[in-house]
Write a protein that binds this ligand. Structure first.
Ligand SMILES: [Zn+2]
Length: 65
């Protein structure tokens, strides 16, 4: 069962909801204010942090005069 994240456009409340089918999205309402004006955010499984390589070796001393 896919889990989608929604955000209320009335109170900007973010909440997750299990949507069985596409038509079920119409029944999604904000648990905070009860408004049906919600928008679906990016899937939680979509954005996964990738491992970045951060290795800086030494730092050459600069002589200024
Ligand atoms: Zn709301």
């Amino acid at each position: 069962m896919p889990l989608y994240e929604y955000q209320c456009t009335e109170c900007n409340e973010k909440f997750e909801k299990l949507v069985r089918s596409s038509f079920a999205e119409a029944e999604v309402s904000c648990p905070n204010c009860g408004s049906s004006l919600v928008k679906r955010l990016v899937s939680l499984f979509g954005a996964l942090g990738f491992s970045g390589a951060g290795a800086s070796s030494g730092c050459a001393p600069t002589g200024g005069g």
